[in-house]
Design a binder for this molecule. Structure first.
Ligand code: 0A1
Ligand code: ZN
Length: 880
């Protein structure tokens, strides 16, 4: 087994920095092959020197040290040591100026952390610990400094030179070079530092803040993408306005810049005043972007903008506090999107994501608290748990406190901690103070991992009219946490009578009945709530709006679910009732298939599906959500031992039966959604398009020639990517001659558009056809496949292994072998991406013995690699 010694960092070992940096002056001689960086740091001691002078330890990786001066004098070699990842200066004075000159090679930087080349430009990514790959520095978020940056580069290849803050000077230099100097007046941690240089088109915009200041908005993209920035710019303006209206937060610099780059490990980065974005979250045109793409852009643009207050003005003391900025900012971007479109549909989408990606994480070997206690590589903790469960934790605070007190808590947090690097505790304390609540038990959401389970039972006493709900909470063991203390959980609920009417709720001891929704607060392992004045046994509507990230167990009958689905006032509960029915149905079919009996879809299901489909009153977007079956991976979570083939077969049987039995209704619903005007992303018809494409996919499930004809017609006639891709996706899953024809035509049309070609790769990787893995292996050799480009890797390797359960879990283990090979290949190129690709293997315990063995073998093969990156090592070792 592997012997490499990667250090674990523990939260309990946190110590304040020994030295603080007040100002940073950086100068870059930019060149893709060799860039020289001179850094002048004004440093001051931050420890009690009476007890001995501590050395100054700077972080640094992949740097060539050229010179080191203290107060202008070159340091003698005995005064410092350059070690593994550090540079130590012995016995430094109380305060001094350190001048460090280093050299780096952006072109050789395939990890995309630090300064790197992306296509024709140079850019940086410093979160979490990338700044140390640019120069030696105390690279930790609690060291905040004021930065002045001078960039020098060749003027013809790099006419645009950007850094954080305000441009203070620019001019020409000899030999065709030029320079620009930027100053950021706000103190910031090194992870928010950024520079960009290249030949970029500039799309200007402007925003007038609530106090009347004019802010220049600038989007920078490659010239060929100039026409694809409108939506990003519009979203930015909406986000700026929204943060003023909802949270009273105004932007603080004169310029806000967004740069789109093609090579990027994550979605985007909130560098102060100079966001760097994965180009897929900036670029959009109707022909090349789907409605989902448009929405994702709005969300990510919002997310990075909101970080300016929740992340930049107030940052994290250390990386264990990551959710302080990420959970809070996810919550803010979710609320922003909910206000921009349909709130219920947005909530449903967020819950789907949490359940399909965060719940499995929380139930497996990589489970960790929203605030982890330790890590080997912090990049592995930019996780669904830290982000999305963290967002749910903030939402629960709002539910417990109410909107008004929550807002007061936010105000207090900004007032107390602006300009500081703080912990989650400071945030929760501000909420506790503003809401006048004791939130000490609530803190367990940050410290305990695992998804709590609420088991609910009820009892109705007709004689007294008392209805009792009894709720028991439990939380399964997770790594390092065999036992859990009870959580403080908001359970929003209501009661319906048999006619579907909402009952005013009155708990025993209360004077009069109140609202029809209320938030019960769970604090103990078991708690009972007695409602009085109840005439007949009601149906409980539980976890309204998904008020807590928990699993709910209540023995609903088929009739209860139908009543909730048709009558509940809460859209989330209405949707959920349908999902529970669908899960029950499909899991029943899975059991039939496993027992080798002939499974059949009951008539009742087809009828209620038809009722929904023909419902003219409901919002189309909501209807599309309600008619979408639970994903294969969500269904897998419901099984003790996952059987990918049976799940696939059962789900497909439902889809095929619906497609056959409801052909006419589907055709009619699809036609009712046919476009009556040319596409526009903001035409309010995205829900209609989703429903239309969903109908097409049901019609295509039985694979009739007629349906293939409809798909081809839609594919050929589409004036927008949503419809084109909707049709192509169904064709990619169909074993018919039109499939290749359409895929080929699509490729020929879009071969020069990276974003669209990513879609082309993933459509093929997620096809459920039996030959998919062979096609994926072929695509690895395709001239457009590039293992160094994270989006391309995600669209082929990621899509196949994470979104094609049945083909990835091929019983012979060929899918596993493929993924193992790609992870080992990526390990030497981009460790962060390699580690991200590892997640499917972490679920190995959930499968049958044969698959377990095969997946374990791959994990062992990975761990046997002698030069395993910290990122990959940590996840592989923890998975085994
Ligand atoms: N803070 C960014 C996410 C991010 C994290 C790490 C990165 O590189 C390793 C890049 C971006 C956000 O939440 O948007
Ligand atoms: Zn973020």
């Amino acid at each position: 087994m592997h012997t490499c010694q990667h250090q674990t960092v523990y939260q309990k070992d946190y110590a304040a920095p020994d030295y603080l940096v007040e100002t940073v002056e950086l100068s870059f001689d930019l060149d893709p092959d060799l860039t020289r960086v001179v850094s002048r740091l004004k440093i001051r001691s931050n420890h009690d020197r009476a007890g001995g002078v501590r050395p100054l330890v700077l972080d640094g990786e992949e740097l060539t040290l050229v010179s080191l001066k203290l107060d202008g004098v070159e340091l003698e070699p005995y005064r410092y040591q350059a070690g593994e990842g550090t540079l130590t200066v012995n016995d430094p004075p109380e305060s001094f100026v350190l001048e460090v000159t280093t050299e780096i090679s952006p072109k050789a930087n395939t990890a995309l952390s630090g300064l790197y080349a992306s296509g024709p430009m140079l850019c940086t990514q410093c979160e979490a610990e990338g700044f140390r790959r640019i120069t030696y520095f105390t690279d930790r978020p609690d060291v905040m400094a004021v930065y002045t940056v001078t960039l020098r580069a060749d003027k013809s290849s790099c006419p645009v030179l950007l850094a954080n803050g305000n441009l203070v000077e620019k001019g020409d230099l000899p030999d065709g070079r030029h320079f620009a100097t930027w100053h950021d007046p706000f103190k910031k941690p090194s992870y928010l530092f950024a520079v960009v240089a290249g030949d970029l088109a500039h799309i200007p915009g402007s925003f007038t803040t609530m106090s009347g200041r004019q802010v220049n908005l600038e989007i920078y993209v490659e010239e060929k993408n100039r026409g694809k920035c409108d939506h990003a710019l519009r979203s930015l303006i909406e986000a700026m306005r929204w943060d003023e209206e909802q949270f009273g937060r105004e932007y603080d610099l004169d310029t806000y810049m967004v740069v789109a780059v093609d090579d990027f490990n994550m979605g985007a980065m909130e560098n102060k005043g100079l966001n760097v974005f994965n180009s897929r979250y900036v670029l959009a045109s109707p022909e090349t972007a789907t409605d989902d793409d448009y929405q994702a852009i709005e969300e990510v643009i919002g997310h990075e903008y909101f970080h300016n207050w929740t992340g930049n003005r107030i940052t994290c003391r250390d990386w264990f506090q990551l959710s302080l900025k990420e959970g809070l900012t996810i919550f803010r971007d979710q609320e922003f999107s909910a206000d921009m479109q349909s709130r219920p549909v947005k909530r449903i989408a967020d819950v789907r994501l949490l359940r399909s990606s965060q719940f499995p994480e929380d139930a497996g070997p990589l489970a960790h608290p929203v605030r982890p206690d330790s890590y080997v590589e912090i990049n592995n903790f930019y996780s669904m748990t830290v982000y999305h469960k963290g967002g749910e934790v903030i939402r629960m605070l709002q539910t417990l406190l109410g909107r008004e007190a929550f807002r007061a808590g936010m105000d207090l947090y900004f007032e107390r901690h602006d300009g500081q690097a703080v912990r989650v505790d400071e945030f929760v304390q501000a909420m506790a103070d503003a809401g006048k609540r004791d939130l000490s038990q609530f803190m367990r959401w940050y410290n305990q991992s695992g998804t709590p389970v609420l088991t609910v039972s009820d009892d109705f006493e007709p004689a007294s009219g008392v209805y009792t709900l009894t709720v028991t909470q439990s939380c399964p063991p997770t790594p390092g946490q065999p036992e859990k203390e009870p959580f403080h959980i908001p359970l929003a609920m209501g009661l319906l009578d048999r006619q579907g009417r909402e009952l005013p709720l009155q708990l025993e001891g209360e004077k009069s009945p109140g609202a029809t929704t209320r938030v019960l607060e769970l604090r103990q392992e078991t708690q009972s709530f007695r409602f009085t004045g109840v005439g007949s046994k009601p149906v409980p509507s539980l976890l309204r709006n998904f008020s807590a990230p928990v699993k709910l167990v209540y023995p609903y009958s088929e009739d209860d679910l139908t009543l909730l689905m048709t009558s509940d006032s809460d859209p989330f509960v209405r949707w959920e009732a349908g999902q529970v029915q669908a899960v029950q149905l499909i899991m029943g079919l899975v059991r039939e298939i496993q027992a080798e009996r002939a499974p059949a879809v009951p008539e009742t299901f087809i009828r209620s599906f038809a009722t929904l489909l023909t419902d003219k009153r409901q919002d189309r977007a909501f209807l599309a959500e309600a008619l979408t079956l639970p994903t294969e991976s969500y269904l897998a979570e419901q099984m003790e031992v996952i059987d990918p083939a049976a799940i696939r077969e059962a789900r497909e049987l439902v889809r095929t039966t619906v497609g056959e039995r409801l052909r006419e209704e589907l055709v009619a619903a699809r036609e009712a959604c046919a476009p009556k005007s040319p596409y526009h992303p903001d035409d309010g018809l995205a829900g209609c398009r989703r429903l239309k494409n969903l109908c097409l996919s049901y019609l295509m499930a039985p694979g009739s020639r007629e349906a293939v004809g409809m798909a081809m017609e839609q594919f050929r006639g589409a004036d927008n990517m949503t419809d084109s891709l909707g049709a192509l996706a169904t064709l990619a899953g169909c074993d018919c001659p039109e499939r290749d024809e359409a895929l080929e035509a699509f490729y020929r049309k879009w071969r020069d558009d990276r974003g669209v070609i990513d879609k082309w790769f993933s459509l093929q990787a997620t096809s459920r056809l039996p030959q998919t893995l062979d096609r994926v292996l072929e695509l690895l050799e395709h001239p457009d496949f590039d293992i160094r480009n994270p989006n391309r890797v995600r669209s082929l390797v990621g899509a196949f292994s994470q979104a094609n359960q049945v083909r990835f879990h091929d019983a012979e283990g060929r899918g596993y072998r493929f993924l193992g090979d790609q992870i080992l290949r990526l390990n030497g190129i981009n460790p962060q991406i390699a580690a991200r690709m590892l997640t499917p293997f972490s679920r190995w315990r959930r499968f049958d013995a044969g698959r377990q063995e095969l997946m374990k073998k791959e994990l062992e093969r990975i761990l046997a690699e002698p030069d395993l990156a910290r990122d990959v090592y940590e996840l592989a070792a923890k998975s085994l």
